[in-house]
Design a protein around this ligand. Structure first.
Ligand code: CTP
Ligand code: CA
Length: 225
């Protein structure tokens, strides 16, 4: 039977998806950011809703229309994303961290705009580390049986890097993308391997971000039992 004829397999489940990219403010007009569009996270939210889940979408600086029937929580910084994800994860069956979280933020925030001066070179920007949200929710496991999924964009030895990252983070599944010029960022399509903590490897052929999203929910649904 085609999906849509069968009962939606995520009915009665609450899933949390983070999407987009965090922005770390430097002064009132500037931030450190990244190129994540949020399209993969939105595809995950749409497909989960279509499969019957209650969906909380924590959206960091995205410019995409709210998916129908999804609870969207807008955030800016990594700290805000952490608060929103931790809060929603407390009663969630699955958490998918598709957001690009800034690893670092400026150590200091200038309350006034930083001005250039003719007689002086600019001050260097000192960075400090942001908390690792995926590692935190994977380590704490506040809800037994909860399935936690991470995303990783890698270059070079993509699979080996992915395996090491899966272990380091302690999540159940890690979606590994190979990035390079014109690959992934802002594009409508994606290609990935989904690594499981159980040793599984699920390749996903180049195709729409919805197709990758469906595979992720298939693997999550299997693990939810
Ligand atoms: N992530 C997170 N919190 C952070 C950084 C990353 O929750 N502070 C999550 C991302 O949402 C993603 C996963 O961790 O699901 C992997 O992100 P990635 O940047 O690939 O991993 P890092 O551990 O930051 O390693 P790297 O040094 O390669 O950037
Ligand atoms: Ca990172």
């Amino acid at each position: 039977l085609a999906r849509g004829v069968t009962a939606p397999d995520l009915t009665g489940r609450h899933v949390v998806v983070s999407a987009g990219g965090t922005r770390e403010p430097l002064d009132p007009v500037r931030f450190l950011g990244n190129r994540s569009s949020g399209k993969q996270g939105y595809a995950l939210a749409r497909t989960a809703a279509a499969r019957g889940a209650r969906v909380t979408l924590v959206a960091a600086n995205t410019a995409l229309p709210d998916p129908a029937g999804v609870d969207v929580v807008p955030v800016g910084t990594a700290a805000e994303l952490r608060e929103a994800v931790l809060g929603a994860a407390a009663d969630a069956d699955a958490v998918v961290m598709a957001a690009a979280v800034a690893d670092f933020r400026p150590a200091a925030y200038a309350t006034g705009k930083i001005k250039k001066r003719d007689d002086q070179e600019p001050e260097p920007i000192v960075l400090v580390r942001n908390p690792d949200i995926l590692a935190e929710i994977s380590g704490d496991r506040v809800r037994p049986g909860q399935v936690i999924v991470g995303f990783a964009a890698e270059t070079d030895d993509v699979l080996a890097n992915g395996r090491a990252k899966l272990k380091r983070k302690g999540c159940d599944l890690l979606v590994v993308n190979e990035v390079g010029e014109r690959k992934t960022f802002g594009s409508e399509e994606n290609e990935a391997v989904v690594l499981g903590a159980d040793g599984s490897e699920t390749p996903v052929a180049h195709g729409p971000k919805e197709a990758l999203a469906e595979t992720v929910w298939d693997l999550v649904a299997e693990r939810l039992g």
